[in-house]
Design a protein around this ligand. Structure first.
Ligand SMILES: Nc1ncnc2c1ncn2[C@@H]1O[C@H](COP(=O)(O)OP(=O)(O)OP(=O)(O)O)[C@@H](O)[C@H]1O
Length: 260
């Protein structure tokens, strides 16, 4: 396992095949503390599959994935015992799904959705958990008076903000996001994007964000990886990739000729 001493996450030759030749065909990268890495590419290029491999939602068929935890220990994520992996997922990692319903418990109140993660990480004091949930609802611009409402009573934008609060309440170091602003109205997207940008900066999060929206990529990501057919074909600083793309495919993507 090779990993630069200051990286938080390192992927080497990560692969996955759905059995039909499609998937991820050897992706390598390093992620640094506070680094926001955007993954862009046309539909079907393997973005979501790669994110699922990083988040442990799919098991890679090859390659390696290393993570440096809060104590500085180097972990081989693909060989981690299941209990340790689940603990890590609850304490240090976050996963924001495109559809908030995939990342929320719909039968549980808003406060419960946020507080649950604190209980899972050892919180026992009901008053303190409820107060933290309230603080986080406010932080993601949800009226505290809605704490006992269920997510199904929320708009799509509110559900997405609730999912973000649920992910961030326990203080993760690495957050994976799959099209977090997808499927929302343009004005709602803009507000969410602003919120995400300030949270990521304030908390110094390391983020891998999949998006087909190059505007989102430009606003949030420091660096971009461009995927095509399961491979990374171009990478670099966001402005450099979007303003001066090297590969013809990226040039088409940027000029919106490809359906991203
Ligand atoms: N469950 C599956 N079974 C078989 N093939 C799949 C499955 N899921 C995805 N694929 C294929 O794997 C490739 C990569 O899909 P993936 O969803 O990762 O792409 P994507 O870049 O995230 O696309 P989109 O932006 O449309 O979500 C595509 O060709 C897709 O058709």
């Amino acid at each position: 396992m090779t990993m630069p001493p200051d990286a938080i996450l390192s992927a080497r030759d990560l692969r996955f095949d759905y059995g039909n030749g499609q998937g991820v065909r050897g992706v390598s990268f390093d992620l640094w503390p506070g680094d926001v890495l955007g993954i862009v590419g046309e539909s079907g290029s393997g973005k979501t599959t790669l994110l699922k491999l990083l988040g442990g939602l799919l098991a890679p068929s090859g390659g390696s994935l290393s993570y440096r935890d809060a104590s500085g220990e180097l972990l081989d994520l693909l060989a981690l015992p299941e209990a340790r992996r689940r603990h890590l997922a609850r304490t240090e990692l976050g996963f924001v799904h495109q559809n908030p319903r995939d990342g929320l418990r719909l039968a549980v109140t808003a406060g419960g959705n946020v507080g649950e993660r604190l209980m899972a990480t050892g919180g026992r004091h009901y008053g303190r958990i409820r107060q933290s949930a309230l603080d986080w609802l406010t932080r993601v611009e949800i009226d505290g008076a809605r704490i006992d409402d269920r997510p199904t009573q929320f708009s799509g934008g509110m559900q997405q903000r609730l999912q973000i609060a649920r992910n961030l309440v326990s203080g993760p170091r690495l957050v994976l996001m799959d099209e977090p602003t997808g499927g929302l109205d343009v004005s709602v997207q803009a507000r969410l994007l602003d919120l995400l940008r300030s949270l990521v900066a304030d908390l110094g999060l390391s983020v891998v964000i999949v998006t087909h929206d190059l505007g989102v990529a430009r606003l949030l990501a420091d660096r971009l990886m461009v995927m095509q057919g399961g491979r990374v074909i171009e990478e670099g600083l966001t402005d450099q990739v979007l303003d001066d793309p090297r590969e013809p495919y990226t040039q088409l993507l940027v000029s919106s000729v490809l359906a991203a």
